[in-house]
Design a protein around this ligand. Structure first.
Ligand code: TXA
Ligand code: MG
Length: 347
């Protein structure tokens, strides 16, 4: 039996924080909102509780969990190497959508680190998450609160659909403000490496840290963030990502809508506000506006909702419009490329 309670995002009701914290301390799982996506939380220093996360999500065992903290003292207990770079990042970006990968201490169970010698640490920028961690008095390990393979949940209703009946409590604080996951930054080497692009941009990191590299996995080299090797964020429908001039993207979409309809396939479109007008009259089975091309934050916020709607409404074919890969656009494009299973069409 899963209890789903509505909690105020700005002034969380203490009653629910207490109930959630009690469950965490008892080794149970609680779904909690963060500014990026909802997390499926457990006591990060309780190996058995964290093991339950893997079971509930159907998550591969080698994929490490992020430990969420509410103050710097907690972070320093999880890593023996609180480096000057880590301190700088924490000062500039915490609380916020940045996960720092650092050497771990023995306090971090192997199940959390996926057997690696490192741990991902993040201070989320959400009153509910921060108060829950503080009240529990322990760091909270939390992957995104979706079933493995599904798009991350950005609303309480997404968590409910994936996890109802599987966990005791969902703290529902409405929509997440950022909408894509945190940036995962490896600080164990000389040059910081972005393992997963996310809510904090490469440009922002460079301003604070100087040179920042990006992990580019290849066939020879597996990604350094184990989670990046899985086909994530993917809807059931067959998604193609279209990149190019607007007029050409629209023309290609129109062509594909016609083709799909003649084969009795359901065709869904994910596009920018600017392109939507040109597609309206083509009557796709779903036309979902991600947001304005001039507002990547809006596009990020709507991305997973759009992908989930395609599934819920049974789209066989999905055509998504690419956006600029500058700033936050880089994380958006990373997710869209993954959702397409590398099916990217330049028109
Ligand atoms: O925004 C977020 O990061 C959300 C919210 C809930 O905080 N969490 C999230 O967790 O996206 P998850 O488990 O879905 O993704 C974590 C990613 C995975 O790709 C994982 O492989 C990587 O971070 N990761 C975690 N710890 C790591 C470590 N020690 N070394 C390398 N990669 C790590
Ligand atoms: Mg995830």
């Amino acid at each position: 039996e899963t209890k789903r309670v509505t909690i105020d995002a700005q002034k969380p009701e203490y009653e629910w924080i207490q109930e959630g914290a009690k469950l965490i301390r008892e080794g149970k799982l609680v779904a909690l909102p963060t500014e990026t996506v909802y997390g499926l939380g457990a006591n990060a220093i309780d190996a058995e509780a964290c093991q339950e996360i893997f079971r509930v999500k159907g998550r591969p065992q080698d994929n490490p969990l992020i430990a969420h903290i509410s103050d710097l003292d907690m972070a320093k207990k999880l890593t023996g190497h609180w480096t000057p770079q880590a301190a700088l990042c924490a000062e500039q970006f915490w609380p916020g959508p940045l996960t720092l990968v650092l050497e771990k201490t023995d306090l971090v169970p192997d199940v959390v680190s996926g057997g690696l010698g490192t741990v991902g640490i993040r201070m989320p920028n959400h009153p509910v998450a921060l108060q829950l961690i503080q009240e529990a008095g322990v760091p909270i390990a939390a992957p995104s609160a979706n079933l493995s393979g599904k798009p991350s949940p950005t609303k309480g209703s997404h968590v409910w659909k994936d996890l109802k009946g599987k966990i005791p409590l969902i703290l529902d604080a409405g929509a997440c403000s950022v909408g894509v996951e945190s940036t995962v930054l490896d600080l164990t080497g000389e040059v910081p490496i972005i393992l997963r692009p996310g809510g904090v941009t490469k440009e922002q990191l460079e301003e604070v840290l100087g040179e920042v590299a990006i992990d580019h996995p290849s066939e020879q080299q597996a990604p350094k963030a184990p989670g990046m090797k899985y086909r994530h964020y993917a809807p059931k429908g067959d998604l193609t990502l279209l990149i190019g001039e607007r007029a050409k993207v629209i023309r290609k979409m129109v062509e594909e809508i016609r083709k799909g309809q003649s084969r009795l396939k359901k065709v869904g479109i994910l596009c920018t506000l600017e392109s939507a007008a040109g597609l309206h009259y083509q009557l796709p089975d779903l036309l979902y506006v991600l947001g304005s091309e001039n507002n990547p934050a809006e596009v990020a916020g709507n991305l997973y909702e759009g992908l989930r709607l395609c599934d819920e409404q049974g789209m066989d074919i999905i055509l998504a419009e690419g956006v600029s890969d500058k700033g936050l656009g880089f994380a958006i494009m990373n997710r869209l490329i993954k959702a397409s299973g590398q099916k990217v069409l330049r028109v």
